[in-house]
Design a protein around this ligand. Structure first.
Ligand SMILES: *[C@@H]1O[C@H](CO)[C@@H](O)[C@H](O)[C@H]1NC(C)=O
Ligand SMILES: *[C@@H]1O[C@H](CO)[C@@H](O)[C@H](O)[C@H]1NC(C)=O
Ligand SMILES: *[C@@H]1O[C@H](CO)[C@@H](O)[C@H](O)[C@H]1NC(C)=O
Ligand SMILES: *[C@@H]1O[C@H](CO)[C@@H](O)[C@H](O)[C@H]1NC(C)=O
Ligand SMILES: *[C@@H]1O[C@H](CO)[C@@H](O)[C@H](O)[C@H]1NC(C)=O
Ligand SMILES: *[C@@H]1O[C@H](CO)[C@@H](O)[C@H](O)[C@H]1NC(C)=O
Ligand SMILES: *[C@@H]1O[C@H](CO)[C@@H](O)[C@H](O)[C@H]1NC(C)=O
Ligand SMILES: *[C@@H]1O[C@H](CO)[C@@H](O)[C@H](O)[C@H]1NC(C)=O
Ligand SMILES: *[C@@H]1O[C@H](CO)[C@@H](O)[C@H](O)[C@H]1NC(C)=O
Length: 814
């Protein structure tokens, strides 16, 4: 029997929609959501409580239908669709009809926890109060259950929740539809069934931006299915500090690579978002300079020379703006000692004036308050709010857990400290965004999208991204690939685990809890051993060896004995699933028990051994590469990474991933990037761009259309790649430049200018063509001039690779 979760709603809401004011935009806003029935608990005094006899399940027992395939109407995406810079007339009309309180409400974003009842389910009294009294314009995050139940909601239950809140928003207070934002950063990772994609660092490793586009497009659809309109992604930072817990969330360390991925991610998430209701507003974050914490710990200070910031960190954000990103999020903490959230230089001069961002800007979590609670740059809440409003162009405060921002801003405007024009500017941007997303036409979710969540069609897209992200680093004596009749001993806590392949932003912020385990996926995911079983047809056992924190749990003597009788051994290293402050570590040194097991197996047996890395941080491998025969870096390939890893081991395809960041040897290299100075040491464990496949690929015939490179006259660089191997190879080709002499900024060893990836069948030769412009050879000097210098330049294909090829050209400034 179904018991009604929200039946009390009927008694709370007027049956006739109230029409607010005269503004045309509000005259047709629907206030009746589609009914998305979810079986559930009863309400007691207007609050939903789970009955005590309800069977405990860590996750929502409801499932989407997950149809095997689907097709949605395709809108024209050939033009870039971006923020509407000049407000539409009907938006201006609505804005002009609003009171100060209503405008400030639009700028206020809170978390659902603020209005959840005793069991974490919605408290209608509180919800109505926030929307009626404070005229809240936005909410964020999923609806966590205080009781820990159903902490992971099906799209049905999520949509039922979103629509319930939306109905309150459109019925009470300003009656303006609320915009709902969610951290859908790798698929709709907080919606049960939503395909959890590889992390950004893996997407970057594919060197194939289509994967950023497709992951964005599917994330958007699944997010919309849950009644959510706004995804807090992509992360446009470049990875500058390899101990940092958020390393995996960025598209690697290279500005060009990250820029291409960010661009495609925005296009995928947004598409033609002013027409297409299966797309969301994207949010480039975190603006700016978040990724270089001085001690490697999250939110710690960053000291970044401004020329360095302009040269390496700004470009990937600029690509998000070029892609039409609708919103942006400022960064936590301080850059060079100054809070970002009150920085006129960063958020006005740079972001709005220099970079031309016209979209809506939100703060990071509680960041306005942090000025007086953490950073000690403001005296109190009102002071902090004043600083942000007066000095920056922030439009919305992710105040999250209080209404201080709304109250302060109302007081500041009413007392004339902040002019009303300042809040008009921000409220206007927010209303326009809501209009662009279609919220005034249809504020509620589209129930038709629910059945597509978790479709096999999407799973295959995620698996393809994972396949292309897997990096083969070492393959002594061609130990890989295995044949299916070989006896392989599998060891490692992540060998049969879905959650450990995911890392953070995977079901929950820190991944599933130990208590939830893999059960929480309810079948939406796979594991390496399930992949091995599918390929070999055998249910091969495996051993934990050590736990996910690297502590010995099995008898190593026994494992050594088993290794002796095996044909091959696979050992998987992993890491807890965390992010942000919870993921802080002190060092990249591996736990001793992990290293010890590898040492014993490689020293006490002659069985060839393969190390599989499934981790966020690049832990120091020490002597392990000398001991083992094969090394695969699988990064964090996501909930469907198991089959792709198994397929790589058994040669179902030839790996084609490349390191998207410099993998350091030890802690002293955590801030080293490949674009270090031409004369500086670059000797990491795995260089940027390293990785190979099971085929030998040779390069030849590098040519240029002209050896003179001049502004306004791009040249074409061509190279041929021949597959001398037996299998088909997807081959990425990375084109770098080196300016041999450069007076005003030490030339970098290399700079990636372009890349492409093509399929080369066995025996075939494929031509790769790239365009190179003089403009991209411009650089920022220490005096913050952006200039070009004449001189010789070397073009290199696949730098640091044994099959690199080079060609000299000459760069002119006119
Ligand atoms: C949510 O589900 C309940 C229980 O079936 C239903 O009564 C209610 O109308 C639904 N609400 C929405 C907004 O879908
Ligand atoms: C529901 O919200 C109201 C208003 O904020 C509050 O007084 C009440 O205690 C809440 N009830 C529960 C059970 O959380
Ligand atoms: C907050 O700090 C400012 C700046 O010192 C001060 O003027 C104001 O009175 C303070 N407000 C409150 C409520 O304490
Ligand atoms: C706002 O900023 C301007 C500088 O842009 C400054 O002169 C003014 O004093 C500030 N006003 C408030 C109320 O903070
Ligand atoms: C709002 O601000 C006023 C004036 O500072 C203060 O008296 C009141 O308590 C505040 N209300 C809330 C709910 O914080
Ligand atoms: C791997 O885990 C799945 C459940 O997630 C289980 O069905 C299967 O038997 C396990 N395989 C091995 C080899 O342990
Ligand atoms: C390289 O160019 C030469 C001369 O044009 C041609 O004969 C040869 O076939 C080319 N090799 C490849 C691998 O394309
Ligand atoms: C690549 O460039 C070469 C030489 O400039 C040209 O002959 C060829 O047609 C180009 N190929 C493609 C696919 O653009
Ligand atoms: C790059 O190619 C040259 C010439 O073939 C070769 O001598 C050099 O070792 C290669 N570099 C690397 C890092 O393998």
């Amino acid at each position: 029997m179904k018991i009604s979760l929200f039946h009390y709603l009927v008694s709370f809401l007027p049956s006739v929609a109230l029409v607010k004011g005269q503004a045309a935009l509000l005259s047709n806003v629907a206030t009746s959501p589609p009914e998305i029935d979810v079986p559930g608990p009863k309400t007691i005094d207007g609050v939903v409580c789970l009955p005590p006899n309800l069977l405990y399940k860590p996750f929502d027992p409801l499932r989407p239908k997950s149809v095997p395939s689907y097709s949605l109407s395709q809108f024209d995406e050939s033009q870039i669709v971006g923020p509407t810079a000049n407000l539409d007339a009907d938006v201006v009309e609505l804005l002009n009809s609003l009171t100060v309180e209503e405008k400030v409400g639009q700028m206020t974003q809170i978390v659902p926890t603020m209005f959840m009842g005793c069991d974490g389910l919605i408290n209608m009294t509180a919800t109505i109060e926030y929307f009626d009294k404070w005229k809240i314009g936005s909410i964020l995050a999923d609806s966590p259950q205080k009781g820990g139940r159903w902490n992971y909601n099906s799209p049905q239950r999520f949509a039922n929740f979103s629509n319930t809140v939306q109905q309150v928003a459109t019925t009470y207070g300003s009656k303006i539809p609320m915009i709902y934002g969610l951290d859908s950063v790798r698929g709709a990772n907080f919606v049960k069934g939503g395909v959890i994609f590889p992390t950004a660092v893996n997407t970057a490793a594919t060197f194939n931006p289509i994967h950023a586009y497709e992951a964005g497009k599917i994330a958007a659809k699944d997010t919309r299915a849950a009644g959510v309109h706004w995804a807090f992604g992509p992360l446009a930072d470049v990875s500058m500090e390899k101990r940092w817990s958020r390393n995996f969330e960025n598209f690697g360390e290279d500005p060009h690579l990250a820029g291409e991925m960010v661009y495609n991610s925005v296009r995928g998430l947004q598409g033609n978002y002013k027409m297409d209701r299966s797309r969301v507003a994207a949010c480039m974050k975190h603006f700016i300079g978040y990724s270089a914490p001085i001690n490697g710990k999250d939110q710690e200070p960053r000291y970044i020379p401004w020329n360095y910031l302009m040269e390496y960190i700004v470009p990937s954000f600029q690509k998000a703006i070029d892609a039409g990103v609708a919103t942006g999020m400022e960064s936590y903490g301080a850059v060079n000692g100054g809070d970002v959230v009150s920085s006129s230089y960063l958020l006005k001069d740079l972001l709005r004036n220099k970079m031309g961002f016209k979209g809506m800007l939100v703060t990071d979590y509680v960041e306005i308050d942090s000025q007086y609670t953490k950073h000690m740059t403001a005296f109190n809440s009102s002071d902090a709010t004043r600083l942000t409003l007066n000095y920056t162009s922030v439009d919305m405060s992710m105040v999250a857990i209080s209404i201080d921002f709304a109250n302060d801003t109302i007081n500041l405007v009413k007392s004339g400290i902040i002019p009303e024009s300042r809040i008009d500017e921000s409220a206007g941007r927010i209303l326009q965004l809501k209009k662009d997303l279609g919220l005034f036409e249809q504020p509620f979710s589209d129930p038709a999208l629910i059945d597509t969540v978790g479709s096999a069609q999407d799973v295959e897209v995620a698996r393809n991204a994972a396949r292309e992200s897997i990096i083969l680093h070492q393959n002594k004596n061609n130990i890989l690939p295995f044949s299916i009749d070989e006896k392989v001993l599998y060891i490692g806590p992540n060998m049969n685990s879905t959650r450990f392949m995911g890392g953070g932003w995977n079901v929950h912020y820190d991944g599933p809890t130990d208590a939830e385990g893999d059960a929480i996926y309810d079948g939406y995911g796979d594991t390496i051993m399930l992949g091995v079983q599918q390929i070999t047809g055998k249910n091969i056992g495996w051993y934990t060896g050590f736990d996910i924190t690297g502590k010995r749990v099995d008898d190593y003597d026994e494992l050594v004995r088993l290794a002796r009788c095996a044909d091959k051994v696979v050992i998987g290293f992993g890491e807890r699933t965390t992010r942000e402050v919870n993921g802080n570590i002190n060092t990249l040194v591996l736990p001793v028990d992990q290293t010890e097991l590898v040492r014993r197996i490689t020293h006490e047996t002659s069985t060839p051994t393969v190390l599989v890395l499934i981790q966020n941080r690049p832990f120091s491998l020490g002597s392990i590469p000398d001991w083992v025969d094969g090394i695969i870096n699988a990064g964090l390939p996501g909930a469907y990474g198991g089959l792709p890893i198994a397929e790589a081991l058994y040669g179902k395809y030839s790996p084609s991933g490349r390191q998207s960041y410099t993998y350091p040897k030890m802690d002293y290299q955590t801030k080293v990037t490949y674009f270090t100075g031409i004369w500086n040491e670059y000797d990491p464990q795995f260089v940027f761009g390293s990785g190979f496949g099971y085929n030998d690929i040779s390069y030849s015939n590098i040519t240029v259309s002209s050896t003179e490179l001049r502004p306004g006259c791009p040249i074409t660089v061509s190279v041929s790649a021949t597959n001398n191997g037996k299998m088909t190879q997807l081959e990425p080709v990375l084109m770098y430049t080196t300016q041999n002499i450069r007076r005003r900024y030490t030339p970098e060893k290399y700079r990636l200018r372009s890349f492409d990836k093509k399929e080369i069948i066995s025996g075939a030769t494929v031509n790769f063509n790239f365009t190179l412009t003089a403009e991209e050879m411009m650089f920022w000097t220490v005096d913050l001039d952006h200039i070009l210098e004449e001189g010789p330049v070397t073009i290199t294909m696949n730098a640091f690779n044994k099959n690199n090829v080079t060609l000299p050209i000459y760069l002119y400034t006119n």
